[in-house]
Design a protein around this ligand. Structure first.
Ligand code: GDP
Ligand code: GDP
Length: 433
């Protein structure tokens, strides 16, 4: 399952303002952690307990006149194909333009839900002006002001109706997605794993399938591989190659249990990789980092360690994510990658018995309790793992509101120290008891 909301529309209608509003708080957190401040046009948002990835399509079109209209039209087509819900944004202050009309005619053919958001309706008077947008024939219109936030709640209520709940698929096979920038070696890796010519797979998959799922069942392991490289649609407009690949990556990532993020050894980890890394982490996915093309690196016995250190610096504070150095062309450590992903999946799905959790953690907590606040002592009484698709722990205590971030991190570290959760995000909650 995937929940992707794409905001489409011509430039300057306010797409990125809405995007920022929807992803604001999380963006700040991510930027703090990674030190990356480059433009990011997709991110995780939440409304009424539903998580979704929102993508601001505007960020992917260059502003050069000649490619412009064709690029936007193609982008809308890609959005229709890949997104769960499309927000078509227009601007009440300009009224309907030719490009709006053109986008609307593409969207009318869409089978996906399209919500018309009339932006910049900053005051009551402008609402009557907005009625002209009914002429698109795309149904109800939603008046919003992305700047002030007015109307955006109602718009999101409507969006949420079309999104899936975060349901746990317990009966299906583990899903691993191989993602990474173009040319890192994703297709080669899949070929090496399934031992067939990948073109065969591409042909069979056809063009309408959501993503390519390959059933792996060899050497004692069984899982589904989600391939983002296989169905490389030909985009007519160069600018849209990245947009398309981002859409596919987000989709594969949302569907997956474990994300195998491939990085080119010669290029190192770059901001796009970090974005994907954080999106996976925020989505509570398991992670394995694969440093491919290790054969092209001139190395001695210290090179891998140094490379690892550099990666850890970039993904801080995460320290226990498996990093595998591969050469797909020389068939090095390909099976190790599979084993790492399987192990991460096990870590993600395992349940620690309550008695064991308490036996190990309570003495540690007793020795190093949460610092008292305003003379009040905080007592953690017991711990249980909540039944969920990724590790989640509830710490029951007398004053949950007084436990601060550093102590939470301390507990997470202790959990990781005593129970192997490498490659998996952990969530910790404090509850009143
Ligand atoms: P994009 O190109 O579609 O991403 O548009 P932007 O988000 O960059 O917004 C274009 C301009 O419209 C900026 O100057 C925004 O400040 C402005 N804008 C965005 N939302 C609103 C709104 O709700 N009301 C008004 N009055 N201006 C807005
Ligand atoms: P994708 O775009 O991520 O699917 O990448 P491909 O699998 O198409 O690989 C891109 C190019 O990198 C091809 O020419 C591959 O032969 C080459 N390649 C893949 N893996 C390796 C590797 O481990 N070492 C070297 N030297 N080249 C590789």
């Amino acid at each position: 399952m995937s929940n992707i909301v794409a905001i489409v529309g011509r430039p300057n209608v306010g797409k990125s303002t809405l995007y920022n509003r929807l992803t604001e708080t999380r963006k700040a957190i991510v930027d703090d952690m990674s030190g990356v401040t480059r433009d990011r046009h997709y991110g995780l948002a939440e409304w009424t307990n539903k998580n979704f990835t929102v993508i601001d399509t505007g960020g992917y079109v260059a502003n050069s006149e000649d490619v412009f209209e064709a690029a936007i039209r193609e982008q809308v087509l890609i959005a229709i194909e890949e997104a769960t819900v499309i927000i078509f944004m227009v601007d009440v202050t300009t009224g309907i333009t030719d490009l709006d009309d053109e986008i609307a005619s593409v969207l009318r053919k869409s089978k996906k839900p399209v919500l018309v958001a009339v932006n910049k309706v900053d005051n009551y008077q402008l609402q009557s002006d907005a009625t002209e947008f009914y002429s698109f024939g795309l149904g109800e219109i939603h008046c919003v002001s992305s700047m002030s936030g007015s109307g955006t709640g109602d718009l999101l209520d409507e969006v949420a109706k079309h999104l899936e709940d975060d349901v746990e698929e317990t009966d299906s096979l583990p899903k691993f997605a191989i993602v990474g920038r173009p040319n890192v070696g994703k297709s080669s890796m899949i070929n090496a794993l399934i031992g067939k010519d990948r073109n065969i797979v591409t042909d069979i998959a056809g063009t309408t399938r959501d993503s390519i799922h390959i059933h792996y069942n060899q050497f004692g392991h069984e899982f589904m591989l989600i391939d983002t490289a296989g169905l490389r649609k030909k985009t007519k407009v160069r600018e849209n190659i990245e947009f398309y690949s981002v859409m596919r990556t987000i989709k594969a990532l949302e569907e997956a249990d474990v994300v195998i993020l491939m990085i080119d050894a010669a290029e190192g980890i770059e901001s796009q990789d970090i974005n994907i890394f954080h999106l996976a982490e925020k989505n509570k996915k398991g992670l394995v980092l694969v440093i491919n093309k290790w054969d092209v690196i001139e190395k001695d016995h210290k090179t891998a360690k140094a490379f690892e250190a550099k990666i850890h610096e970039k993904i801080a504070p995460f320290t226990d994510i498996p990093i595998i150095f591969t050469s797909v062309t020389e068939k090095q450590r390909i099976f190790k990658t599979v084993e790492a992903a399987v192990k991460v999946f096990e870590n993600k799905t395992k349940k620690i018995p309550t008695s064991k959790l308490n036996d190990i953690l309570l003495p540690i907590i007793e020795k190093t309790p949460p610092p008292a606040i305003k003379g009040k002592h905080i007592k953690i009484k017991y711990i249980t793992q909540i039944n969920a698709s990724s590790p989640m722990f509830a710490f029951f205590c007398n004053l949950p509101q007084y436990i601060k971030e550093p102590y939470k991190r301390f507990l997470e570290n202790k959990l990781r120290e005593h129970f192997d959760f490498s490659g998996v995000p952990i969530q910790i909650f404090f509850r009143q008891k």
